[in-house]
Design a protein around this ligand. Structure first.
Ligand code: SF4
Length: 290
């Protein structure tokens, strides 16, 4: 039997970022999994800004997970807290969302949600190096647009019970998951009440928050933040277009279904290759430079 694409890449779910990045260069997404992501200084700085913003809205659960079940619990707990904070402070950050697309498990992390009279607004933060100038042409914007539209679609699926606690429990075998003893002890030491130390209960509470969430706005925001100062440089509002995202997803999923090979960038977009760490090494599609 032919090996599935997920197995080849050592994955068991697809992230929303993977799908978004397919619209930059699909081949690069594949090579990143096959040859390892370089953890650059810039990515570290971007991550730090995300962490700082996250800490502004709620206190993360400071317990190290020992097992996968512990990790799943931690995500569920932090998500539940974040969704409660959204109701109280009208803003929450770094929310993990789950869903299903074409039979695949999909996971995403929304940078920010804001609640106002028009409902819940999805905001995606992009850190940029302002010293190198700022421009948003269509090729650069496309992955970001796919990403925010996909978040909206997944969030609507959760809110409207198209992806429920039942679907999630089945996909992640929640009933069989048990927290490790050291993790449980640490939760007790933090003073977390006994009824909240059950993984199924935490996810029940989390899904209840999704089910009762106000309408998600069709206006999606991409916010550009300076990598070094953390200050907002610009923002773009995108109107949700269901037909468009469904078309893009059906194209993207063909790769994951193994219906086609990973596509390199087109000839017109081969300028992207100069920014790619695989250029002339693992990928020679547009090499030597013409
Ligand atoms: S070199 Fe170009 S085509 Fe190859 S993976 Fe990188 S961006 Fe894609």
């Amino acid at each position: 039997m032919q090996e599935s694409v997920l197995a080849k890449l050592g994955k068991n779910s697809i992230s929303a970022t993977d799908i978004a990045n397919q619209f930059w260069c699909e081949k690069q997404v594949e090579l990143n999994y096959l040859y390892g992501k370089k953890y650059t200084e810039q990515m570290q700085k971007g991550k730090q800004i995300h962490e700082e913003l996250k800490a502004e809205t709620y206190i993360p659960l400071n317990v190290e997970p020992v097992t996968y079940a512990d990790l799943l619990y931690k995500i569920g707990y932090e998500n539940y807290m974040a969704l409660k904070v959204l109701g109280e402070k009208k803003v929450c950050r770094e929310l993990t969302i789950y869903g299903s697309l074409g039979g695949f498990k999909v996971v995403g992390q929304i940078d920010e949600l804001r609640l106002d009279e028009n409902g819940v607004r999805i905001i995606e933060l992009k850190t940029i190096d302002f010293r190198q100038g700022f421009s948003t042409n269509q090729s650069k914007l496309k992955p970001n647009i796919v990403q925010v539209m996909l978040y909206k679609k997944l969030l609507d699926d959760l809110r409207l019970r198209r992806y429920t606690l039942y679907n999630f429990s089945k996909a992640y075998s929640l009933q069989t998951k048990k927290l490790s003893d050291p993790f449980l002890r640490a939760l007790h030491e933090l003073g977390i009440k006994e009824e909240y130390t059950n993984i199924s209960e935490i996810y029940r509470l989390m899904f209840d928050e999704f089910y009762t969430m106000p309408k998600v706005s069709d206006k999606l925001e991409i916010r550009y933040v300076d990598r070094f100062t953390g200050k907002q440089v610009s923002n773009i509002i995108i109107n949700y277009d269901e037909e468009r995202i469904n078309r893009d997803l059906s194209f993207a999923l063909k790769y994951w279904h193994g219906e086609r090979e990973a596509m390199p960038v087109s000839k017109e977009e081969r300028w992207k290759c100069r920014l790619c760490k695989f250029y002339g090494k693992e990928c020679k599609v547009w090499w030597p430079p013409g």
